[in-house]
Design a protein around this ligand. Sequence first.
Ligand code: ZN
Length: 342
Amino acid sequence: MAFEWSDFVTILKDTEIEFQHLKKVQLAQAILESGRGKSDLFKLHSNPFGMKYRPEMSGIAIPVSYEASDGADIYCKFETLQDAVDGYWIFIERPVYSGWRTSISSPEEYIEFIAFAGYIGGASAAKQIYVDKVTSLFDEASELLNFSPDPNVIWKKNGVLLEIGHGKLPSRIFDPGAIGVNSKNEYNLNQIATKAAQRVIKKAGVPCDITDAVASLYRLGKRSAGYDVFCSIHHNSASVPAQGAEVLVHDHKADSADLILSKIMSAEIATELGIRDRIARGRNPRQRLGILSGAEDTDVRAAVLAEVYFIHVPVPDVIDWSTRGGQAVGRAIVDWLTTNQG
Ligand SMILES: [Zn+2]
């Protein structure tokens, strides 16, 4: 009796796993490793993941010698497809993958972690090729899993990732951002605005994470992989008296989806605070920004950087302004998602 691919997909679909959003990674790996159920390792031994045998698998699998494309080796043989689905997560509990639970914010982050931890042998180029191949199968995996498109759900991926501009740098030096005429530095105000935006987005039922990670700007932007929207939150300053809101996009990687979000958000902040909408007034939103460069190199649907207002000119109450400005950022993102702009 040969194992059937459609049976495997059904069983995987019906299995409760610890992190449901990683199920599409598990399936994408199986699609790749088994050639959609066409490998003999799958058909004869119920192993769609190309998992080699390891002692930790002794409770759920038995060793079998198998000639794969990259040579003969000892692989896992499972008695049932359910054992294969469960066995995958036992395999991932092995010490070589320890700490994997800290790399699960997105399916992309998870597959990158396990590929580089040792799921794929050889040079890092080979590992990266594997990551790219698996990632490119996520949509197919999602469709197979029939992730029900709930009409009330306005996001398609992992929701929104907000980034608090400035703070601790990779060098461990603290970067306060722009210094205003008020008692708070930019970083403090970025925190206030980001949290206010998150509250609005979560209230609309959309998942919303905040990152304040220590990484180069490009790497920080790369964290937006798997999200619908990425927004880095800042406050502006200039050498001349000016007040206004502006929302920036990457100079050459931005597309119309990013530009629409920039427009909606800049208008929303300006209206909320009663200040100039610099984007509507002709300011070019396209700027060379490392963080947006990283974000645009992921599958994020839209990525922007908000400069809520200028802090080098006095405003009545910075905490109130940053809170309301942040709420406007949140509303703009919800608007963009609701009207499904990209
Ligand atoms: Zn800034």
